[in-house]
Design a binder for this molecule. Structure first.
Ligand SMILES: [Zn+2]
Ligand SMILES: [Zn+2]
Length: 136
């Protein structure tokens, strides 16, 4: 038992882990950043992620965190979005854009399909009965 000591992921200082996953100094900094974002958003409903980040000096990464934590709501902010975790395109929900999501699903079903074929054909390996034709 005892204190859980960890390095602050934000500033690297050693601190006793408690309620927050960053050190107390950073908690205060993040609060300030949140206040700056919230204030800017109150005045600029039409802003987007880049403008918000530039105007407040808060990183897109941190703003994305606020949105994910539900502290910043995208309701009433039509131009705000956060980057897709895979390609960085601005999205307003989930963690991936439509493109990456469907690519991911295709990837998953391709892996599954491959496994099915191998299971069914035993040691012989998959037999492909189709030709790939070039389309004009
Ligand atoms: Zn810190
Ligand atoms: Zn994407």
């Amino acid at each position: 038992m005892g204190l859980n000591v960890a390095n602050c992921p934000r500033c690297g200082k050693v601190f006793a882990q408690g309620l927050h996953d960053v050190c107390p100094a950073c908690v205060k900094e993040i609060e300030k950043e949140y206040e700056a974002c919230a204030e800017f958003l109150r005045e600029n409903k039409g802003t987007n992620m880049h403008d918000l980040s530039e105007s407040t000096g808060v990183t897109i990464r941190q703003i994305t965190k606020f949105i994910r934590e539900g502290r910043i709501s995208l309701m009433g902010l039509p131009n705000m979005g956060f980057p897709c975790e895979s390609c960085g395109m601005m999205i307003r929900g989930g963690s991936l854009c439509d493109n990456c999501r469907s690519n991911l699903q295709k990837g998953i079903s391709a892996i599954k399909g491959d496994q099915d074929v191998r299971e069914r054909s035993g040691t012989q390996g998959p037999k492909w009965n189709f030709e790939i034709k070039k389309r004009d």
